[in-house]
Design a protein around this ligand. Sequence first.
Ligand code: NAD
Length: 499
Amino acid sequence: MRIIDHFIAGAAGSGGAGRTGEVFDPNSGQVQAQVKLGSAAELEAAIAAARAAQPAWAATNPQRRARVMFRFKELVEANMDALAHMLSSEHGKVIADAKGDIQRGLEVVEFACGIPHALKGEYTQGAGPGIDVYSMRTPLGIGAGITPFNFPAMIPMWMFGVAIACGNAFILKPSERDPSVPVRLAELMREAGAPEGILQVVHGDKEMVDAILDHPAIAAVSFVGSSDIAHYVYRRGVEAGKRVQAMGGAKNHGIVMPDADLDQVVNDLSGAAFGSAGERCMALPVVVPVGDQTADRLREKLIPAIEALRVGVSTDADAHYGPVVNAAHKARVENWIQTGVDEGAELVVDGRGFKLQGHEDGFFIGPSLFDRVTPQMQSYKEEIFGPVLQIVRAPDFEMALRLPSEHQYGNGVAIFTRNGHAAREFAARVEVGMVGINVPIPVPVAYHSFGGWKRSAFGDVNQHGMEGVRFWTKVKTVTQRWPDGAPDGSNAFVIPTMG
Ligand code: NAD
């Protein structure tokens, strides 16, 4: 059985003999590898290597650090096919989507290639007589990232791309469900010229997460995962005096106005609700048609589109989506479908019991569609994270605006309309962090920033873009005076002012 090891101090195999976790091939349902689940001892080894490497890395000029990011980008591109297959074989998303996962992360690395520009400070000449003030952004030291299974390439790169370019050492604790790609990325960073100890990977579960949160040498923690864990990580990390950003779950709504182009909406929704088997925090699992007529027309078009979806193994180039990540998650999604039925929603298309011929033990779920879901239902309130689309009918625009605004999650939302005024009003008033206007998955580009509101994010700084630079640096402000020898006559006992 293949063993997936930590990547500490520039080498694999640094973990001792401890607990392991099973890594599945979701297409076959079989265990394909064992991942080491580390403890405080492995973390300590990683911290020692990070401590040894970080000061010199921080002192390396930003342009040289950027050159390492450039080389890393080239290496990832050169290894794209192999990385995508590796990712797909542990996650279950189709190859084209796995490439998208890698590419969206690479775009953050491209942003990080511009770090010399992003790190330029502020300067005021003559803030007072003979006084200049300048500020600089300095790295925090050692940062850590704890990432979810659903984007094993993109989310680690959101974090380490910016953190490392800013001059930090970074310790990644990836999801134990698909840990191979993160290790491969760390190897490629090393090959690109990142000194040993600058990007390390420690595997594990709660034990390792707690060790990271409690370790005094780690200055900042970036987390992405489900909301209860995000909240826990935020509280415990902040309690330990760290800077923490913790992104959580989601339940994104797509509002469909009566004037929307429904064929386009159905096309967009099919991908946004069912792509990656719905395992995306920016999936669109709730559609809110405005008015019964819109709802009926939409439903009529959705049913054949959903029934035409091809569920297949993740290497099937014609499959729209592949299996979910493991058996426990499959059972959880199917339980939510049953809950929806029990709560009185109308199950229009039932994806349970789906079997793919020749892959009967794979973790496949057919697409499901519910109509007449209401805001009181538990299956509406909670994240399902599977290939399940729920129709919640709204009588008018105001109700459609209230639904995502009042939901516990506030990650993404989309409105489909030809009416610019309605779209503008919606974007201004909706209580959600990322808004799409006729764009079903409004994941901001890398040089903007990613972050939801409410229980979708704890902390106040977003991922990547200049927000990422702010998160991974601290500001030092220098006020300087170079006296010209003349007495300045100021009263040293009074707080200085520029008056
Ligand atoms: P998860 O919360 O189960 O795991 C995330 C990380 O937390 C993993 O590294 C895991 O090892 C660790 N972890 C799990 N249980 C823990 C515990 N009890 N204590 C400490 N650490 C623990 O999430 P997941 O299932 O891997 O990912 C899916 C979730 O992530 C969904 O809720 C999805 O919406 C969310 N997500 C959010 C975003 C976003 O940016 N808002 C992006 C992607 C995924």
